[in-house]
Design a protein around this ligand. Structure first.
Ligand SMILES: Cc1cc2nc3c(=O)[nH]c(=O)nc-3n(C[C@H](O)[C@H](O)[C@H](O)COP(=O)(O)OP(=O)(O)OC[C@H]3O[C@@H](n4cnc5c(N)ncnc54)[C@H](O)[C@@H]3O)c2cc1C
Length: 449
């Protein structure tokens, strides 16, 4: 007489009503195992999304235990991460079924083996797929623009192990280099009192080099929706593209601007070299930080400085306004609008409108600085059909993603706050999200941001 054994109610239930029987269309992985002694044959198929087993199905030819263990393991595995599912043991399967007779324990072993084989099959295929995919690209991340936003994005992407390149058409460091390299950034916490913009940019550049960021000194002419970056030296493909092209001074749109803003004829948009204004009568148009900064930078060189502002209050930081008002060289014309600049070869006169009195004012000037705001550099994205707001800034979500998949934006191109600290913080946000998007780390599926 053969050995007598009894099945638990759970085993009988799963045997009579097996769960998840069948086949998955386009399964991501398949594991097939058999036992030559008892002749059981088990096949498990899996569907994986974001490292999680979304579906598990089985086909088993065998005894009641083989059917019940197959059915039970599918229920145990669905919803688990791959790592968690790989930890399910034969003992776990038997325990979930309230035990199995000793002679049938090999059936639970078979179920666990089939599931593990399906997961390993998925992992091998996935790795091959990722390799083929990776070969199509030159970089994980290409950053367009090497200002504070672009440089720090590149550094932090490389720090996370992403193959990164930055393209810069003009000066590494952006505005910090060409406009204010000897200045200190007062509102960037943590810098020493002696740290100039140049020092900060030099530090970023040496960090980028240490982390093997590819630094390409060339202009990007176009970006396409299929993730091509068309630069002067050729075309590059990247899995992620970060737009960090910053902003440029806006035109005031006044009569004479076009004529005198070329060839050093007297209209400028910023002060790069205060010495150039030595002994001059300078009109500064605007009332924000840029206008006030320009005035303060000329106190020691210009002869007379006039600020013309359309409103009745300056929009700059309080301490700066205090410094401005303490100087007897600076005159402020509130409620005043610039209408025209005139002269022969060079700027000679500014014609303004007093908005309160509704009358015209004329002033003899040698130079005019138009500090009327910044406008985002979006020319190269025109064909991309990327979403922008009414002022032309690129719209992003809280991860800095734009309306186009795989394309992010940071810094002045994406924010009218226009602060170095904001550009850097946005760079850190992109690096984090690019890493998640490309490397799909296991902790992401555990629900962490
Ligand atoms: C007068 C002035 C004073 C300021 N003072 C302060 C201050 O005290 N504190 C503060 O926090 N912020 C200050 N800012 C603002 C600060 O400079 C900006 O917020 C910051 O530079 C933004 O960095 P960004 O990387 O977005 O852009 P940017 O610094 O403008 O850099 C963008 C870079 O992209 C490059 N680029 C553009 N198009 C292309 C292309 N097609 N291909 C390749 N490269 C391209 C440009 O050459 C540029 O180098 C000041 C700005 C101005 C104008």
């Amino acid at each position: 007489m053969g050995e007598q054994f009894e099945y638990s109610e759970k085993v009988m239930d799963h045997f009579r009503n097996p769960r998840n029987v069948g086949q998955i269309k386009d399964a991501d992985g398949m594991g097939r195992v058999g036992n030559p002694v008892c002749g059981d044959l088990m096949e498990i198929q899996i569907k994986v999304e974001d490292n999680i087993l979304k579906d598990v199905k089985f086909k088993t030819f065998g005894c009641g235990s083989a059917i019940a263990t197959s059915s039970m393991i599918t229920e145990m595995a669905i919803g688990k991460t791959l790592e968690e599912a790989l930890k399910i043991t034969r003992g776990d399967v038997a325990a979930e079924l309230d035990g199995l007779p000793a002679v049938k324990m090999h059936c639970s072993n078979l179920a666990a083996d089939a599931l593990h084989a399906a997961i390993k099959d998925y992992m091998v295929k996935n790795e091959e797929k990722a390799k083929i995919e990776a070969e199509k690209y030159d970089f994980d991340v290409i950053v367009v623009g090497g200002g504070p936003g672009g440089l720090t994005t590149g550094i932090l992407c490389a720090y996370r192990g992403l193959k990164t390149a930055i393209f810069e058409s003009s000066s590494w460091g952006g505005i910090l280099s060409w406009l204010c390299h000897t200045k200190m950034i007062e509102n960037f916490p943590g810098l020493s009192e002696k740290t100039t913009c140049k020092d900060l940019v030099d530090t970023w550049m040496s960090e980028a080099k240490k982390l093997n960021v590819e630094l390409k000194k060339e202009r990007v002419n176009e970006i396409t929706k299929d993730m091509k970056v068309i630069a002067q030296s050729g075309e590059y493909r990247s899995k992620i593209i970060v737009l960090a092209t910053g902003s440029s001074p806006a035109a005031a749109g006044v009569k004479g601007e076009e004529k005198y803003s070329k060839d050093d004829r007297g209209i400028y948009y910023y002060v790069t070299n205060p010495e150039k204004f030595a002994g001059k009568r300078v009109l500064i148009v605007g009332g924000g930080n840029s206008a006030v900064d320009a005035a303060l930078s000329l106190i020691d060189t210009a002869d007379l400085i006039t600020i013309a502002h359309r409103h009745n209050e300056l929009w700059a930081i309080g301490q700066k306004i205090e410094r401005l008002k303490a100087s007897d060289k600076i005159k402020i014309l509130y409620d005043t609008e610039l209408v025209e600049i005139s002269g022969a070869e060079k700027v000679e006169k500014a014609i303004m409108r007093d908005l309160k009195e509704d009358e015209t004012i004329q002033q003899v000037v040698d130079s005019v600085i138009l500090a009327v705001g910044m406008t985002p550099n979006t020319d190269i994205f025109k064909k991309l059909d990327i979403e922008m707001d009414e002022k032309g800034y690129i719209k992003t979500d809280r991860t800095q993603k734009t309306s186009i998949d795989g394309i992010y934006a940071v810094g002045d191109i994406a924010s009218d706050l226009q602060l170095v600290v904001i550009a850097v913080a946005q760079g850190a946000t992109v690096a984090h999200n690019a890493y998640i998007e490309l490397r799909k780390p296991y902790w992401r599926s555990a629900g962490r941001l």
